[in-house]
Design a binder for this molecule. Structure first.
Ligand code: GDR
Length: 339
């Protein structure tokens, strides 16, 4: 006798994490509902290849009535809230939209769950940006938060309300405090993909319109043939998104709702990441990179390095992909894509 498939509702499904999570859940025979913004020309983003296997529902994290309507009707066993304005630098330019989507969007999910689907298990995408300007290294679940940008402040609201709703209303709301996680599906707004696309473009000698568009809608290589970056000293803990969605799923299978740091425990500077990426293509980053203050942030966070020992102990999770493998995967994928 076949049992009823598990049902998941995913916001932010067209993004990098949404796509890897959807693949993982489809392998596990879940029925997936994905929240998609209504658009005259819908974009399926990173889940275009899965679009016939996902039930898309059109709506918005800004609209609590629509969230309640869908959650009441679908009664998903698991809800993954990955939808957000997720770009740190952009959050200084769009602080109110960021607060609304990233902070209040999560709260609207919790409210809908409380009112119409209280048995659902909820995963909230928290972030290492919560640690902000920290002096404590590495960071774990007990490290104090010190948000340093409007994005992190919005994520702090979502994080604290997750804990408050969990306790006050006995809801299963868990958070994953994920450190930077990347892949060939990462948007070029983020530094690793900006670099891998630039390396691939330089390696292939692309010119003019063949150069892909990167951060802020600008070509990844400028008119002088250079890659423009901001702060090269910043330190991040970069892991592979494909590994991290396994942690996300495990967090919701755990016996009780909780908060988990998901990281690799290894930090690198932006300069080291850049050097590693150029090396994959046999190039020297110093010949190709210039600093542009447009990409330097008013306040830098970190050094961000995660201690994932709680996830290892309670979830049996640990990262599989090393920094070197990740950088190589991204550069090789972009060279193949642009060839
Ligand atoms: P981050 O990712 O802000 O950590 O947030 P991002 O890749 O944008 O920046 C990482 C670090 O690189 C430095 N940097 C640059 N960043 C960008 N984007 N462009 C540049 O040209 C550049 N030059 C240097 C930044 O200053 C920063 O120190 C990501 C997002 O996915 C968040 O949503 C998520 O919560 C956190 O990771 C964990």
């Amino acid at each position: 006798m076949s049992s009823k498939p598990k049902t998941a509702f995913i916001t932010g499904i067209t993004g990098q994490d949404g796509s890897y999570l959807a693949e993982l859940l489809l392998e596990k025979n879940y029925r997936i509902y994905g929240l998609l913004r209504r658009n005259s020309n819908p974009s399926y983003g990173n889940v275009a290849h899965l679009r016939h296997h996902i039930d898309f529902v059109f709506g918005d994290l800004a609209d609590p009535a629509c969230l309640s309507m869908y959650l009441a009707k679908i009664q998903p066993g698991e809800i993954y809230n990955l939808g957000a304005q997720s770009h740190v630098q952009e959050s200084w330019l769009q602080p109110l939209a960021t607060a609304d989507q990233t902070g209040l969007g999560a709260l609207r999910i919790y409210e809908s769950v409380r009112n119409v689907a209280p048995k659902a298990r909820v995963y909230q995408a928290s972030t290492s940006e919560l640690f902000g300007e920290t002096k404590i290294v590495p960071q774990n679940e007990n490290t104090p938060f010190n948000p340093a940008n409007p994005y992190a402040a919005a994520k702090a609201l979502a994080h604290f309300d997750a804990r408050i709703y969990r306790k006050s209303f006995n809801l299963f709301i868990s958070t994953g405090i994920l450190f930077n996680h990347e892949s060939p599906r990462r948007s070029p707004d983020f530094v690793t993909r900006k670099v891998s696309l630039a390396v691939a473009s330089l390696k292939l000698g692309l010119k003019g319109n063949r150069i892909p568009t990167g951060q802020g809608g600008r070509p990844v290589i400028n008119a002088d043939g250079k890659l423009e970056l901001g702060n090269l000293e910043a330190q991040r803990d970069w892991g592979f998104a494909g590994d991290y969605v396994e942690a996300i799923w495990k967090i919701l299978q755990h016996e009780a709702p909780d908060d988990f740091v998901i990281a690799t425990g290894v930090a690198h500077t932006v300069e080291e990441m850049c050097a590693a990426a150029f090396e994959v293509a046999g190039l020297n980053w110093r010949d190709h990179v210039v600093i542009n203050s447009d990409w330097v942030r008013p306040i830098e966070t970190g050094p961000l390095v995660g201690d994932y020992s709680k996830a290892k102990k309670l979830l049996g999770w640990q990262p599989k992909t090393t920094f070197k493998e990740l950088v190589e995967m991204m550069v090789r994928a972009d060279i193949a894509r642009l060839s």
